[in-house]
Design a protein around this ligand. Structure first.
Ligand SMILES: Cc1cc2nc3c(=O)[nH]c(=O)nc-3n(C[C@H](O)[C@H](O)[C@H](O)COP(=O)(O)O)c2cc1C
Length: 399
């Protein structure tokens, strides 16, 4: 068993984007159609530019899978680019504010083109391919991920808007992933308006995960806390500038009694992934002390407006030093709905990583045994023969 890891390679107009995924256990059924479906969802959304009309992203599995089953070996996935023209792509001299153009040019002593090709969010196709693979693993344990858009530019869902799990299944039907018909229309109008004015928009999306067992992540060290790991992962997505877990920033303005979630217990014959401990509210968003608590995980993510502007801001020509307008590349006007799909799949990677740490085995069969044993352990409450001692240690010593 090795740690679940991911590395990407590839450039926006290179041969393609590639995902190197290590640590997927033996015996996972690899559903290529599901991976391709996630890649197709990433290409959608109102406000996209011309590139998504050229590409039809699909993942080619180059290693680590035999007869549709993971081999416990590294898995290499390729998402080939149709718009492959790396050597012929034009050079840029006027760095675009909000991009890696200027900082990368200075840091690497390199042409801007060599920086932007790798900084591009085309790289998220590799992350989605990897995330979809991880999602297949999570599905084996009844864990599902959904998302919707809560704000786009100036348009926000009403503050009291509550999306149920079933509601979230409808988000794909909206081009802006919005569950409220009136807001949906206003969001699309806001994108039209930005596009007309050579401008761009960002917004906020929410990802919800159902079925996570209590106990993923760890309170004992800073870099093992799952909230911290989720924050790092989400912030690493291109254009993401903020992450909230549960009430997040909203909690700062409320009282403790309005934020924290009372604890209740329901009896159940079948072992439950929350051990029967339920919360009437979910201000914590499914995480306490950096550990999942069995409630749905709720992550909100803020995306800045797209940096490439058709009416560009002022910049400086790096060849001449003259003040000039920034260069313009073909670009999206708003990529928030696509970013939500990236968020879903990228969060799945972090969760699968934590899941493999907790229940890790060389094969899915071994993981399932570990998982079932754990569920038995945490579901002991109310069964006298299994009752823990006063300090949570079984009578007669530690198990
Ligand atoms: C799905 C997605 C699509 C994006 N499309 C574009 C785009 O078409 N044009 C653009 O300028 N930025 C786009 N971005 C954002 C840039 O890649 C990003 O802002 C840039 O690389 C600088 O990184 P930073 O914003 O994280 O600092 C996109 C981001 C995502 C998540």
């Amino acid at each position: 068993m090795s740690q679940l890891t991911f590395h990407s390679a590839g450039e926006s107009h290179g041969r393609g984007c590639f995902a190197f995924v290590e640590g997927i256990p033996y015996g996972l059924a690899i559903d290529n159609a599901f991976i391709d479906e996630q890649l197709a969802r990433r290409q959608k959304g109102y406000g996209r530019g011309g590139r998504m009309k050229i590409e039809t992203d699909k993942a080619e599995v180059l290693s680590g899978v035999r007869r549709g089953i993971s081999m416990g070996a590294p898995i290499l996935l390729a998402v080939w680019n149709k718009d492959y023209r790396l050597d012929k792509a034009p050079e840029l001299d006027c760095p675009r504010p909000g991009h890696a153009d200027l900082a990368g040019h200075l840091k690497f002593n390199a042409p801007i083109r060599d920086i932007l090709e790798r900084a591009s969010a085309r790289e998220t196709s590799a992350r989605v391919a990897c995330g979809a693979l991880c999602r297949l693993l999570l599905k084996e344990f009844g864990i599902e991920v959904r998302s919707h858009v809560v704000a786009l530019g100036p348009v926000e869902l009403p503050a009291d808007f509550q999306a149920t799990w079933d509601d979230l299944a409808r988000a794909d039907a909206s081009e802006v992933r919005c569950l409220d018909a009136a807001c949906d229309e206003k969001m699309r109008a806001a994108i039209d308006d930005a596009k007309k004015n050579g401008d761009t928009l960002g917004g906020i999306f929410e990802v919800v995960v159902q079925g996570l067992p209590v106990g993923l992540g760890d309170h004992t060290q800073w870099d093992r806390k799952l909230d911290g790991r989720i924050g790092q992962a989400m912030m690493s997505i291109q254009a993401i500038k903020g992450v909230e877990i549960g009430l997040g920033f909203r909690a700062a303005r409320l009282k403790g009694s309005q934020v924290h979630d009372a604890i209740e217990h329901v009896k159940s014959k079948a072992p439950r992934s929350d051990a029967g401990f339920v919360r009437p509210t979910n201000g914590a968003g499914g995480l306490e002390g950096g550990i999942t608590n069995g409630a749905p995980l709720v992550v909100r993510v803020a995306m800045k407006p797209i940096s490439t502007l058709m009416k560009p801001l002022m910049s400086v020509n790096i060849q001449t030093g003259e003040a000039t307008k920034a260069d313009v590349e073909r670009s999206d006007y708003c990529a928030l709905p696509a970013a939500a799909v990236v968020g879903e799949n990228w969060l799945s990677f972090v969760l699968a990583q934590a899941f493999c740490e907790k229940f890790g085995g060389d094969s899915i069969v071994e993981m399932k045994r570990n998982y079932d044993g754990y569920l038995k352990q945490i579901n002991k409450l109310g069964q006298p023969e299994n009752a823990p001692g006063k300090h949570g240690v079984s009578e007669g010593g530690r198990e």
